[in-house]
Design a protein around this ligand. Structure first.
Ligand code: FE
Length: 349
Protein backbone atom coordinates (compact mmCIF):
# COMPACT_ATOMS: atom_id res chain seq x y z
CA UNK A 1 0.00 0.00 0.00
CA UNK A 2 2.71 2.46 1.10
CA UNK A 3 4.79 1.59 -1.96
CA UNK A 4 1.98 2.22 -4.47
CA UNK A 5 1.18 5.60 -2.80
CA UNK A 6 4.82 6.69 -3.31
CA UNK A 7 5.10 5.44 -6.87
CA UNK A 8 1.92 7.13 -8.19
CA UNK A 9 3.11 10.77 -7.68
CA UNK A 10 6.52 9.87 -9.12
CA UNK A 11 4.84 8.57 -12.30
CA UNK A 12 2.71 11.72 -12.45
CA UNK A 13 5.80 13.95 -12.13
CA UNK A 14 7.60 12.00 -14.87
CA UNK A 15 4.56 12.22 -17.13
CA UNK A 16 4.29 15.99 -16.71
CA UNK A 17 8.05 16.36 -17.32
CA UNK A 18 7.80 14.22 -20.46
CA UNK A 19 4.90 16.28 -21.83
CA UNK A 20 6.67 19.58 -21.12
CA UNK A 21 10.02 18.46 -22.59
CA UNK A 22 8.30 17.14 -25.71
CA UNK A 23 6.43 20.44 -26.10
CA UNK A 24 9.65 22.43 -25.72
CA UNK A 25 11.52 20.16 -28.16
CA UNK A 26 8.73 20.27 -30.72
CA UNK A 27 8.40 24.05 -30.69
CA UNK A 28 12.20 24.36 -30.76
CA UNK A 29 12.28 22.13 -33.85
CA UNK A 30 9.48 24.15 -35.46
CA UNK A 31 11.28 27.40 -34.70
CA UNK A 32 14.52 26.01 -36.13
CA UNK A 33 12.70 24.93 -39.29
CA UNK A 34 11.14 28.37 -39.69
CA UNK A 35 14.55 29.97 -39.18
CA UNK A 36 16.19 27.91 -41.95
CA UNK A 37 13.16 28.44 -44.18
CA UNK A 38 13.27 32.19 -43.77
CA UNK A 39 16.96 32.25 -44.68
CA UNK A 40 16.36 30.46 -47.96
CA UNK A 41 16.34 32.77 -50.95
CA UNK A 42 15.78 32.02 -54.64
CA UNK A 43 16.78 34.62 -57.22
CA UNK A 44 15.02 34.75 -60.58
CA UNK A 45 15.99 36.63 -63.75
CA UNK A 46 12.71 36.93 -65.62
CA UNK A 47 11.50 38.15 -68.96
CA UNK A 48 7.97 37.23 -67.86
CA UNK A 49 6.39 40.43 -66.55
CA UNK A 50 6.25 41.19 -62.83
CA UNK A 51 2.44 41.18 -62.59
CA UNK A 52 2.39 37.64 -64.01
CA UNK A 53 4.98 36.16 -61.62
CA UNK A 54 4.68 38.11 -58.35
CA UNK A 55 1.32 36.65 -57.23
CA UNK A 56 2.74 33.12 -57.53
CA UNK A 57 6.04 33.98 -55.85
CA UNK A 58 4.13 35.60 -52.96
CA UNK A 59 1.99 32.50 -52.58
CA UNK A 60 5.08 30.25 -52.56
CA UNK A 61 6.74 32.41 -49.89
CA UNK A 62 3.57 32.28 -47.79
CA UNK A 63 3.48 28.47 -48.06
CA UNK A 64 7.16 27.71 -47.52
CA UNK A 65 8.86 30.74 -45.97
CA UNK A 66 11.28 30.74 -48.93
CA UNK A 67 11.98 34.25 -50.18
CA UNK A 68 12.06 34.92 -53.92
CA UNK A 69 13.81 37.95 -55.34
CA UNK A 70 13.68 38.78 -59.00
CA UNK A 71 14.61 41.24 -61.70
CA UNK A 72 12.76 41.57 -64.99
CA UNK A 73 14.21 42.49 -68.38
CA UNK A 74 14.14 41.25 -71.99
CA UNK A 75 15.57 37.81 -72.71
CA UNK A 76 18.59 39.07 -74.71
CA UNK A 77 20.04 41.30 -71.96
CA UNK A 78 19.32 38.67 -69.28
CA UNK A 79 21.13 35.92 -71.23
CA UNK A 80 24.05 38.31 -71.87
CA UNK A 81 24.13 39.15 -68.15
CA UNK A 82 24.21 35.47 -67.15
CA UNK A 83 27.01 34.86 -69.67
CA UNK A 84 29.13 37.69 -68.30
CA UNK A 85 28.41 37.11 -64.59
CA UNK A 86 29.38 33.41 -64.79
CA UNK A 87 30.03 32.01 -61.24
CA UNK A 88 29.34 35.42 -59.70
CA UNK A 89 25.68 35.40 -60.72
CA UNK A 90 22.98 35.63 -58.07
CA UNK A 91 20.42 34.09 -60.40
CA UNK A 92 19.14 30.60 -59.64
CA UNK A 93 16.39 30.61 -62.28
CA UNK A 94 16.15 32.11 -65.77
CA UNK A 95 12.51 32.57 -66.78
CA UNK A 96 11.43 33.77 -70.21
CA UNK A 97 8.86 33.59 -72.97
CA UNK A 98 9.26 31.73 -76.25
CA UNK A 99 11.06 28.41 -76.65
CA UNK A 100 13.47 30.21 -79.00
CA UNK A 101 14.80 32.24 -76.04
CA UNK A 102 15.05 29.18 -73.78
CA UNK A 103 16.90 27.31 -76.50
CA UNK A 104 19.27 30.27 -76.90
CA UNK A 105 20.01 30.35 -73.14
CA UNK A 106 20.80 26.64 -73.24
CA UNK A 107 22.94 27.11 -76.37
CA UNK A 108 24.92 29.90 -74.61
CA UNK A 109 25.64 27.51 -71.73
CA UNK A 110 23.94 29.50 -68.98
CA UNK A 111 21.56 26.72 -67.87
CA UNK A 112 22.01 23.32 -66.24
CA UNK A 113 20.08 20.07 -66.68
CA UNK A 114 17.62 19.04 -63.96
CA UNK A 115 16.68 15.47 -63.22
CA UNK A 116 13.14 15.80 -61.84
CA UNK A 117 10.32 13.25 -62.04
CA UNK A 118 7.82 15.94 -61.03
CA UNK A 119 8.79 18.15 -63.98
CA UNK A 120 8.85 15.32 -66.51
CA UNK A 121 5.49 14.02 -65.23
CA UNK A 122 3.79 17.43 -65.11
CA UNK A 123 5.04 18.77 -68.47
CA UNK A 124 4.51 17.01 -71.83
CA UNK A 125 7.77 16.08 -73.59
CA UNK A 126 7.11 18.45 -76.53
CA UNK A 127 7.06 21.43 -74.14
CA UNK A 128 10.45 20.90 -72.45
CA UNK A 129 14.08 20.63 -73.56
CA UNK A 130 15.24 17.18 -74.65
CA UNK A 131 18.40 17.91 -72.58
CA UNK A 132 16.31 18.83 -69.48
CA UNK A 133 17.77 22.35 -69.30
CA UNK A 134 14.44 24.19 -69.59
CA UNK A 135 10.77 23.49 -69.01
CA UNK A 136 7.55 25.02 -70.35
CA UNK A 137 5.34 26.50 -67.63
CA UNK A 138 2.54 27.89 -69.80
CA UNK A 139 1.44 27.14 -73.32
CA UNK A 140 0.50 29.79 -75.88
CA UNK A 141 -1.25 29.19 -79.19
CA UNK A 142 -0.29 31.35 -82.20
CA UNK A 143 -3.28 31.20 -84.44
CA UNK A 144 -5.36 33.01 -87.08
CA UNK A 145 -7.78 35.83 -86.21
CA UNK A 146 -10.30 37.11 -88.73
CA UNK A 147 -12.79 39.91 -89.16
CA UNK A 148 -16.26 38.60 -88.34
CA UNK A 149 -17.62 41.34 -90.62
CA UNK A 150 -15.73 40.41 -93.78
CA UNK A 151 -14.64 36.77 -93.40
CA UNK A 152 -16.53 33.51 -92.89
CA UNK A 153 -14.60 30.85 -90.97
CA UNK A 154 -15.26 28.35 -93.81
CA UNK A 155 -12.97 30.46 -95.98
CA UNK A 156 -10.01 29.64 -93.73
CA UNK A 157 -8.07 26.40 -93.43
CA UNK A 158 -4.33 26.64 -92.69
CA UNK A 159 -1.41 29.03 -92.11
CA UNK A 160 -0.15 28.11 -95.59
CA UNK A 161 -3.51 28.99 -97.20
CA UNK A 162 -3.14 32.62 -96.02
CA UNK A 163 -0.92 32.84 -99.11
CA UNK A 164 -3.85 32.01 -101.43
CA UNK A 165 -4.85 34.52 -104.11
CA UNK A 166 -8.13 35.33 -102.32
CA UNK A 167 -6.25 36.97 -99.42
CA UNK A 168 -4.36 39.41 -101.67
CA UNK A 169 -4.15 42.77 -99.89
CA UNK A 170 -6.12 41.32 -96.93
CA UNK A 171 -3.39 39.86 -94.68
CA UNK A 172 -1.70 41.63 -91.73
CA UNK A 173 1.40 40.26 -90.00
CA UNK A 174 3.62 41.17 -87.09
CA UNK A 175 7.20 41.94 -87.98
CA UNK A 176 9.62 39.10 -88.72
CA UNK A 177 12.12 40.79 -86.39
CA UNK A 178 10.23 39.62 -83.30
CA UNK A 179 10.71 36.09 -82.06
CA UNK A 180 7.09 34.86 -82.19
CA UNK A 181 6.92 34.66 -85.99
CA UNK A 182 10.54 33.47 -86.16
CA UNK A 183 9.44 30.52 -84.00
CA UNK A 184 6.33 29.92 -86.10
CA UNK A 185 8.43 29.83 -89.29
CA UNK A 186 11.13 27.70 -87.62
CA UNK A 187 8.60 25.01 -86.71
CA UNK A 188 7.17 25.21 -90.26
CA UNK A 189 10.66 24.54 -91.68
CA UNK A 190 10.94 21.61 -89.29
CA UNK A 191 7.72 20.08 -90.65
CA UNK A 192 7.43 21.28 -94.28
CA UNK A 193 11.09 21.67 -95.16
CA UNK A 194 12.95 24.79 -96.23
CA UNK A 195 11.78 25.14 -99.82
CA UNK A 196 8.03 24.66 -99.16
CA UNK A 197 8.21 27.07 -96.19
CA UNK A 198 10.00 29.66 -98.34
CA UNK A 199 7.16 29.46 -100.89
CA UNK A 200 4.58 29.97 -98.13
CA UNK A 201 6.38 33.03 -96.70
CA UNK A 202 6.71 34.57 -100.19
CA UNK A 203 2.98 34.06 -100.74
CA UNK A 204 2.21 35.74 -97.39
CA UNK A 205 4.39 38.72 -98.27
CA UNK A 206 2.59 39.03 -101.62
CA UNK A 207 -0.76 39.19 -99.76
CA UNK A 208 0.20 41.80 -97.14
CA UNK A 209 -2.21 44.73 -96.87
CA UNK A 210 0.44 46.92 -95.28
CA UNK A 211 3.91 46.84 -93.67
CA UNK A 212 4.27 44.35 -90.76
CA UNK A 213 3.35 45.67 -87.28
CA UNK A 214 5.60 45.84 -84.24
CA UNK A 215 3.25 43.82 -82.02
CA UNK A 216 0.22 41.51 -82.01
CA UNK A 217 -2.20 44.08 -80.55
CA UNK A 218 -1.53 46.61 -83.33
CA UNK A 219 -1.91 43.79 -85.85
CA UNK A 220 -5.35 42.89 -84.48
CA UNK A 221 -6.43 46.51 -84.29
CA UNK A 222 -5.62 46.85 -88.00
CA UNK A 223 -7.98 43.95 -88.76
CA UNK A 224 -10.69 45.43 -86.52
CA UNK A 225 -10.28 48.81 -88.25
CA UNK A 226 -10.71 47.27 -91.71
CA UNK A 227 -7.13 47.72 -92.90
CA UNK A 228 -6.94 43.96 -93.46
CA UNK A 229 -9.17 40.90 -92.84
CA UNK A 230 -6.94 38.14 -91.41
CA UNK A 231 -3.83 37.97 -89.22
CA UNK A 232 -1.74 35.64 -87.06
CA UNK A 233 -1.48 36.37 -83.31
CA UNK A 234 -1.06 34.77 -79.89
CA UNK A 235 -4.47 34.04 -78.37
CA UNK A 236 -3.80 35.85 -75.05
CA UNK A 237 -3.49 39.17 -76.93
CA UNK A 238 -6.89 38.46 -78.46
CA UNK A 239 -8.14 37.66 -74.93
CA UNK A 240 -6.85 40.99 -73.59
CA UNK A 241 -8.41 42.91 -76.48
CA UNK A 242 -11.89 41.40 -76.19
CA UNK A 243 -11.79 41.72 -72.39
CA UNK A 244 -11.26 45.46 -72.86
CA UNK A 245 -13.53 45.84 -75.89
CA UNK A 246 -16.01 42.94 -75.98
CA UNK A 247 -17.62 44.24 -79.18
CA UNK A 248 -14.40 43.99 -81.25
CA UNK A 249 -15.51 42.28 -84.49
CA UNK A 250 -12.77 39.62 -84.45
CA UNK A 251 -12.75 35.87 -83.87
CA UNK A 252 -10.14 33.15 -83.47
CA UNK A 253 -9.71 30.39 -86.01
CA UNK A 254 -7.84 27.11 -85.35
CA UNK A 255 -5.87 26.26 -88.53
CA UNK A 256 -4.29 23.03 -89.76
CA UNK A 257 -6.78 20.84 -87.89
CA UNK A 258 -6.52 18.13 -90.58
CA UNK A 259 -2.74 18.25 -90.42
CA UNK A 260 -0.11 19.19 -87.89
CA UNK A 261 -2.34 21.43 -85.73
CA UNK A 262 -2.04 24.91 -84.23
CA UNK A 263 1.45 26.35 -83.63
CA UNK A 264 2.30 26.13 -79.93
CA UNK A 265 4.92 28.04 -78.00
CA UNK A 266 5.66 28.33 -74.29
CA UNK A 267 6.79 30.53 -71.49
CA UNK A 268 9.21 28.60 -69.33
CA UNK A 269 12.27 28.46 -67.14
CA UNK A 270 15.49 26.65 -66.32
CA UNK A 271 18.04 26.57 -63.50
CA UNK A 272 21.13 28.66 -64.16
CA UNK A 273 24.48 26.90 -64.57
CA UNK A 274 25.98 28.68 -61.53
CA UNK A 275 22.87 28.69 -59.31
CA UNK A 276 23.65 29.12 -55.59
CA UNK A 277 20.41 27.40 -54.56
CA UNK A 278 19.73 24.78 -57.26
CA UNK A 279 17.68 22.51 -54.97
CA UNK A 280 15.45 25.39 -53.86
CA UNK A 281 15.14 26.50 -57.49
CA UNK A 282 14.14 22.97 -58.53
CA UNK A 283 11.44 22.81 -55.83
CA UNK A 284 10.03 26.15 -57.02
CA UNK A 285 9.92 25.02 -60.67
CA UNK A 286 8.30 21.74 -59.61
CA UNK A 287 5.65 23.67 -57.68
CA UNK A 288 5.03 26.03 -60.61
CA UNK A 289 4.33 22.98 -62.80
CA UNK A 290 2.02 21.40 -60.19
CA UNK A 291 -1.77 21.32 -60.29
CA UNK A 292 -1.82 23.80 -57.41
CA UNK A 293 0.05 26.56 -59.28
CA UNK A 294 -0.69 25.86 -62.94
CA UNK A 295 -4.16 27.37 -63.16
CA UNK A 296 -2.99 30.73 -61.83
CA UNK A 297 0.30 30.71 -63.77
CA UNK A 298 -1.57 30.31 -67.07
CA UNK A 299 -4.73 32.25 -66.24
CA UNK A 300 -2.96 35.47 -65.18
CA UNK A 301 -2.02 35.85 -68.86
CA UNK A 302 -4.98 33.98 -70.40
CA UNK A 303 -2.65 31.19 -71.56
CA UNK A 304 -3.01 27.40 -71.45
CA UNK A 305 -1.60 25.32 -68.56
CA UNK A 306 1.17 22.88 -69.55
CA UNK A 307 -0.04 20.43 -66.89
CA UNK A 308 -2.72 18.40 -68.65
CA UNK A 309 -4.62 17.81 -65.40
CA UNK A 310 -5.42 21.52 -65.21
CA UNK A 311 -8.11 23.17 -67.32
CA UNK A 312 -7.60 26.70 -68.67
CA UNK A 313 -9.65 29.61 -67.32
CA UNK A 314 -13.21 30.40 -68.35
CA UNK A 315 -12.46 32.86 -71.19
CA UNK A 316 -9.72 30.66 -72.66
CA UNK A 317 -11.94 27.55 -72.41
CA UNK A 318 -14.70 29.43 -74.24
CA UNK A 319 -12.49 29.53 -77.36
CA UNK A 320 -12.98 25.76 -77.69
CA UNK A 321 -10.65 22.81 -78.04
CA UNK A 322 -8.25 22.32 -80.91
CA UNK A 323 -5.50 20.08 -82.20
CA UNK A 324 -2.01 21.36 -81.29
CA UNK A 325 1.19 20.88 -83.25
CA UNK A 326 3.10 18.54 -80.94
CA UNK A 327 6.51 19.00 -82.56
CA UNK A 328 9.02 19.69 -79.76
CA UNK A 329 9.15 23.47 -79.26
CA UNK A 330 12.95 23.29 -79.16
CA UNK A 331 12.80 23.26 -82.98
CA UNK A 332 11.81 26.96 -82.66
CA UNK A 333 15.30 27.64 -81.34
CA UNK A 334 17.25 25.07 -83.30
CA UNK A 335 15.91 26.39 -86.60
CA UNK A 336 15.68 30.06 -85.65
CA UNK A 337 18.73 31.26 -87.62
CA UNK A 338 17.49 29.38 -90.68
CA UNK A 339 14.00 30.91 -90.25
CA UNK A 340 15.41 34.47 -90.02
CA UNK A 341 17.47 33.97 -93.20
CA UNK A 342 14.49 32.49 -95.01
CA UNK A 343 12.14 35.34 -94.03
CA UNK A 344 14.77 37.89 -95.03
CA UNK A 345 15.19 36.30 -98.48
CA UNK A 346 11.40 36.15 -98.91
CA UNK A 347 11.19 39.92 -98.33
CA UNK A 348 9.36 39.55 -94.99
CA UNK A 349 10.67 42.29 -92.68
FE1 FE B 1 3.67 38.08 -75.73
Amino acid sequence: MIESKTIKPIIQVFFVFWVVSCFVACSKKEAEEKATQSEEIITVYSERKEHLIKPLFDLYTEKTGVKIQYITDSAGPLIARLSSEKEATKADIFMTVDAGNLWLASDRGVLQAIDSDALTNNIPASLRAPNNEWFGLSKRARTIIYSTERVKPEELSSYEALGDEKWKGRLCLRTAKKIYNQSLVATMINTLGESETADVIKSWVANLATDPFSNDTLTMEAVAAGQCDVAVVNTYYFGRLVKEKPDTPLALYWPNQDGRGVHINISGAGITRHAKNPSGAQKLLEWLSSEEAQFTFADLNMEYPVNENVKPGEIVSSWGEFKSDDVNVESAGRMQAQAIRLMDRAGYN
